[in-house]
Design a protein around this ligand. Structure first.
Ligand code: 9MR
Length: 377
């Protein structure tokens, strides 16, 4: 558990969570994440359903005080917003956009095209036979046009295509690539651009710290450019572990991609548990088990808090150094209890990957992120 040396420091930690600054004698003056990095990049966060309605007593004060950009963790995914061929459900997505506007936040739409969380009806006829390329393109156009038009001028940027690359940098085998072919990506960007010419359009993926996969992203951006398709930025998800990736690889990724387009860190978190089964995957469908895979069900030891704080500081030092290339850093969840990394890769697995603990209190990692900004001023 966190060792708290004085009541003043404890009060400080709690008031920071509620958005107020404080200056206990033991600490530097505290400010918020978004203010600390105001001259570097936006600081975003992914919201779950209660949070996007401002109805999470623990998370909402943190969201409204610490962040200036929001991404919907799930409610704009295909199966949520377009569950059946002739039925869209905009209720949660509407609430998300209204919440972002009410709080003057930069609003990101996530995600228009992905191979996960999309119903079989998209790719198959009711009798199970596959759709043709023409049919699937028409469905894709209807989906993107309907959603992007609805939020035209309100959603500032879209993750248009998510995770289209395999780990070796080749095009991922998915119903999108198998039925339409690799130009499904170019088509998706064209449909989105036509529906809202002023929105920023992004390609988003994980694992681009690996040179092999990143080479695929570089090829993809070049191919899109050759096809006359403008991409406004690349999202590097940055789902980290304590020992992966090397900080130098993060830096190389930002430098290399930053020469081509804007870079956004779109899904930042740092898992404190054993990476499984292979380094750098954020594949939600992974399942597995093994010894030593769930050591912190009762809380995080001080030593791991400190190591996590150091790891966050190292990452933010790189982000800050490359603030000319990075437009936004978004955390994938508000508190540890909200994180997708719990129950992954087996039920009951307890992770602690974010800056706020399960009570909504800032962790040492929160202060270390603020400290990087202070030190660089
Ligand atoms: O955090 C999301 C989790 O709640 C969902 O169950 C899961 C499947 O939709 O997606 C998680 O978010 C993923 C994101 O949309 C794309 N990159 C990987 C993220 C973590 O798996």
């Amino acid at each position: 558990m966190i060792a708290r040396t004085s009541l003043a420091a404890t009060v400080c930690l709690l008031t920071v969570a509620a958005g107020a600054g404080c200056t206990p004698e033991t600490e530097n003056p505290t400010t918020t994440l978004r203010d600390s990095y105001a001259d570097a990049f936006l600081i975003g966060v992914a919201l779950n359903d209660p949070q996007l309605r401002g109805e999470d007593p623990r998370g909402t004060p943190i969201v409204e005080s610490q962040f200036n950009s929001i991404t919907p963790e799930n409610v704009m995914k295909w199966e949520s917003i377009h569950p059946e061929a002739d039925r869209y459900d905009f209720e949660s997505a509407d609430a998300f956009v209204a919440y972002g506007e009410a709080n003057n936040m930069f609003i990101v739409g996530h995600t228009l095209v992905w191979h996960e969380q999309v119903g079989d009806w998209v790719f198959e006829h009711p009798d199970g036979t596959p759709r043709s390329r023409g049919e699937l393109l028409a469905i894709l156009e209807d989906h993107i046009t309907t959603i992007v038009t609805r939020y035209r001028g309100r959603v500032n940027g879209w993750d248009v295509v998510n995770e289209a690359l395999a780990d070796d940098g080749s095009l991922r085998e998915s119903p999108w690539s198998q039925i339409i072919g690799e130009d499904y990506i170019a088509h998706a960007f064209r449909f989105a651009r036509a529906a809202d010419p002023d929105a920023e359009l992004y390609y988003n993926d994980y694992g681009l710290e690996s040179a092999e996969k990143r080479a695929g992203a570089v090829r993809l951006l070049a191919d899109l450019n050759d096809a006359g398709v403008a991409v406004d930025g690349i999202g590097v998800q940055t789902h980290m572990w304590m020992d992966w990736p090397a900080i130098d690889d993060i830096e190389q990724q930002i430098e290399e991609l930053g020469r081509l387009t804007n870079v956004m860190v779109t899904e930042l978190d740092i898992g404190v548990l054993k990476d499984f089964p292979d380094q750098g995957s954020a594949d939600v469908s992974l399942r597995g088990d093994g010894p030593g895979m769930n050591p912190y069900t009762e809380g995080l030891p001080d030593s791991v808090h400190t190591a996590l704080a150091d790891r966050y500081a190292a990452a933010f030092s790189v982000f800050h150094r490359h603030r000319d290339k990075i437009t936004r850093v978004t955390f994938w969840g508000v508190t540890d209890g909200d994180s997708w990394r719990n129950n992954w890769v087996f039920p009951g697995r307890t992770n602690h990957p974010l800056l706020f603990d399960r009570n909504g209190s800032p962790k040492p990692a929160f202060n270390s992120v603020l400290e990087v900004a202070r030190a660089n001023h």
